[in-house]
Write a protein that binds this ligand. Structure first.
Ligand SMILES: [Cu+2]
Length: 334
């Protein structure tokens, strides 16, 4: 009992953390996500009240049975009680479940289409364990950071390069959508206000499924357009150290998996690794695993498994000078 008294509040506090934050479906930031959250609250309160009534009824029954036992009155089930058992045990739950199904279907239909014409289409491809992001018509490819204009619906077309993943940005999207190899699924997302939101792969896809996160940055339209225009033009350092780094990038085999626009296209089809054209402009490495700093970038190149065990990038055995040159070059990719 004492243990319960300490554990119960801890569990409550932990559960309550799910009600807020930048990856909470209960803190929706768009109409679609809000409808999903509403449905959840309706189910939560209805079933919550019902569960409380059932437990109260159970306690009452135990209490009455005990009294009856001590009074030695014996118990026969009355007709009235039979009717109650039928109503409360079968009719009410059946009615409730049917209502829930109807509500779910209605919400599903209502959020399946965006509230207006999508202002932009992006393509997101799931990889073990990162997101490839492509803006068709703009020639922009990036990874793990989805930039969108705020206030307009965005159509997201998803597919996968390897196994099944699932695209979910709880605050912005009306639910999740599976990313299936060889198939293109659609979902729309929208951010009512500029801000930063977090997405997460929600279909177990391998050892680092948990570290497959997505940053969504919603900015005012002009800011977004400026970002897009900037990303359309690759930029790289041209000092001797950068040029040396660029050579090492080829020699060390990085180019087999990573594309850098204007420099290399990945040798293997399906781009096994994230596009690095604008690596320096990204906030994190490894799909939100670590901050994109010089220290982390160096450590990542030497052994990415230190941060993300089982990641699909091999460690390298470059010497110190070569790694510095490589890092210097990668840091110039804006
Ligand atoms: Cu995944």
């Amino acid at each position: 009992m004492k243990r319960l008294a300490t554990v119960a509040p801890a569990v409550c506090v932990l559960s309550a953390t799910g009600c807020g934050g930048w990856q909470s479906a209960l803190d929706p930031q768009s109409r679609g996500a809000a409808e999903i959250a509403n449905l959840w609250w309706i189910m939560f309160w209805t079933t919550g009240v019902l569960a409380t009534l059932v437990i109260a009824g159970l306690l009452f029954a135990v209490y009455r049975a005990r009294r009856a036992a001590t009074a030695d009155a014996g118990g026969t089930v009355q007709d009235r009680e039979r009717r109650f058992i039928f109503l409360a045990g079968a009719a009410v739950p059946a009615l409730l479940l049917v209502s829930f199904v109807a509500l779910s279907v209605r919400t599903g239909a209502s959020v399946s289409e965006p509230p207006g014409d999508p202002g932009l289409r992006v393509e997101v491809t799931g990889h073990m364990f990162w997101w490839e992001i492509h803006y068709p018509g703009y020639g922009v490819t990036t990874a793990n950071e989805l930039h969108i204009p705020a206030g307009i619906p965005i159509e997201v077309r998803v597919t996968s390069a390897d196994v099944i993943h699932s695209f979910w940005v709880p605050q912005l999207a009306p639910g999740k959508v599976d990313m299936i190899p060889g198939r293109t699924n659609r979902i729309w997302i929208m951010a009512d206000e500029p801000g930063r939101y977090r997405g997460q792969c929600t279909e177990f896809c391998g050892v680092q499924h948990a570290l497959m996160s997505l940053l969504v940055v919603a900015s005012p339209e002009e800011e977004f357009q400026a970002w897009l225009a900037e990303r359309a033009v690759p930029e790289a350092g041209s000092d001797p150290l950068s040029l040396r780094g660029r050579e090492i990038f080829g020699e060390a085999g990085c180019a087999a998996c990573h594309g850098i626009r204007g420099v290399t296209v990945p040798e293997f089809s399906g781009s096994p690794g994230p596009d690095l054209t604008h690596l320096a402009g990204r906030e994190t490495l490894g799909a939100l695993t670590v901050e994109n700093s010089r220290e982390n970038l160096t450590a990542w190149i030497l052994n990415p498994h230190h941060f993300k065990p089982g990641v699909r990038m091999p460690p390298t055995s470059l010497d110190g000078d070569d790694v510095s040159a490589l890092v210097h070059y990668l840091e110039s990719l804006r």
